[in-house]
Design a protein around this ligand. Structure first.
Ligand SMILES: [Mg+2]
Length: 432
């Protein structure tokens, strides 16, 4: 990238390179020392950053901070540097930088000030916004809510451009639960997903991600696939509806629905396994998490006959569900063993976390149903995935786009990083 031969020699006073600037202590200027913010803007090309710093090097200044952003081929490069020592040196530096910028057809601005950046406020959060598309109107509304909560946006960058536009705001100055409630309301109103997670090392720590299966990891409801093969779809749907009306609890509805499958040939299990459709992005999510050293599990109110197969196919670390009883090659209409229900899912999350050696605060749970609520609340981060309103409102964060890999964006992982890792490993992503 750097091509020093194209950069005109710096013409500043003869401060030898490496000379410590006056007033510097431990490489940084005292808090009240004057500093210069040097900003250049224009068409990006190789060698610009090298060129600017070679120009500044002629004045023996120290670098306090650098930020550089390139958007559609335009660069904004900001350097915060110490003021050069010596009478008239600052004026010369200014003139030299402007001349250099002009020779590169760039705009330059140099602003005098004192010390380093103002320290960021307490209460730091990452606000991830997913839009499909992300409109200027919703971006304005989210930013206004952040300001309204008394917080400051310190940085903004894009995490992904597909399958949705995802941007992350690094925010400081507001307690994250207060910020979360303010932004959840606005996000729901605008039809964008907004996730607020506290900043800190924990976000990048090794973790455990536990997902629900039906309508989360897969697009189907497994009991409905069995019911179709048994020819009792309508009856199963009626039990499901009664459960949703609150007339039956989960266990009652599970027993009632499984009873309708009595007598079904066991070959139905293979047929259902073959019919199950993974949610778009499911493979990418699991593969990327595994690369990061995370452990991944599923818990389901459905059946081990399907979840064990998914565990095998996706290389999951944990799977738990109910087990359909099969005797003499036929479903008996009963389940065997303990029932995985709403409380059971949360208990399994804790069990998996213990086995994985991951504290509960570093777990992520993803689910869509009322059955998932305890698990979503128990996890460090609970993600309601295309969930019913009651689940959406109770969860830490909600994703309402039908792509499971968007969960990675909530963890601060960029699309570019995901794709680069896939490319490096030669992964065939056509089925993801
Ligand atoms: Mg579900």
């Amino acid at each position: 990238m750097t091509d020093a031969s194209q950069t005109p020699p710096a013409t500043g006073p003869a401060a030898s390179p490496g000379t410590a600037p006056q007033g510097a202590a431990g490489g940084l200027p005292p808090a009240d020392a004057p500093t210069l913010l040097v900003k250049i803007f224009g068409k990006d090309r190789p060698g610009l950053t090298a060129g600017l710093f070679e120009t500044l090097a002629g004045y023996g200044v120290a670098v306090v901070d650098i930020e550089q952003v390139v958007t559609r081929g335009r660069i904004v490069l900001c350097a915060l540097v110490t003021v050069p020592a010596g009478r008239g040196a600052e004026g010369e530096l200014r003139a030299t930088v402007h001349a250099w910028a002009e020779s590169r057809r760039m705009e330059a601005e140099i602003i005098s000030g004192i010390g380093d950046n103002r320290p960021r406020g307490e209460g730091r959060s990452h606000v991830t916004v997913l839009g499909h598309p992300l409109t200027a109107e919703s971006t304005a509304a989210i930013a206004a809510r952040i300001a309204g909560a008394g917080a400051n946006i310190d940085r903004i960058f894009r995490l992904a451009k597909y399958p949705v536009t995802a941007v992350e705001f690094a925010v400081s100055g507001a307690e994250h639960t207060a910020l979360r409630s303010a932004l959840a309301l606005e996000g729901a109103r605008r039809g964008v997903d907004v996730a607020v997670v506290p900043a800190g090392l924990q976000r990048r720590a090794q973790r455990l991600v536990v997902m629900d299966v039906d309508s989360t990891l897969i697009q189907d409801e497994v009991i409905e696939l069995f019911a179709a093969l048994a020819g009792c779809e309508a009856q199963v749907a009626e039990v499901t509806a009664a459960a949703m009306r609150g007339e039956l609890d989960f266990e009652q509805s599970l027993h009632a629905r499984v009873a309708l499958l009595a007598g079904l040939d066991a070959s139905a299990v293979d047929k259902v396994r073959a019919q199950v459709r993974l949610t778009p992005g499911a493979r990418t999510l699991v593969r990327t998490l595994k690369r990061l050293g995370s452990q991944v599990g599923v818990v389901s109110g459905g059946f081990t006959q399907v979840t064990d197969d998914l565990k095998e196919r996706l290389g999951l670390d944990f799977a738990a569900a109910n087990t359909l009883e099969i005797v003499d090659g036929r479903l008996t209409g009963k389940v065997v063993g303990p029932i995985v229900d709403r409380a059971g899912k949360a208990r399994l999350l804790r069990d998996f976390a213990r086995q994985a050696g991951v504290p509960l605060s570093q777990t992520v749970a993803v689910g869509d149903g009322a059955n998932d609520l305890d698990m979503l609340n128990a996890a460090g981060l609970g993600v309601a995935f295309n969930a019913k309103p009651v689940v959406r409102e109770a969860a830490d964060t909600a994703v309402n786009v039908p792509f499971l890999d968007t969960v990675l964006y909530l963890l601060g992982i960029t699309r570019e990083e995901i794709d680069a890792a896939d490319e490096l490993d030669g992964v065939d992503t056509s089925e993801d």
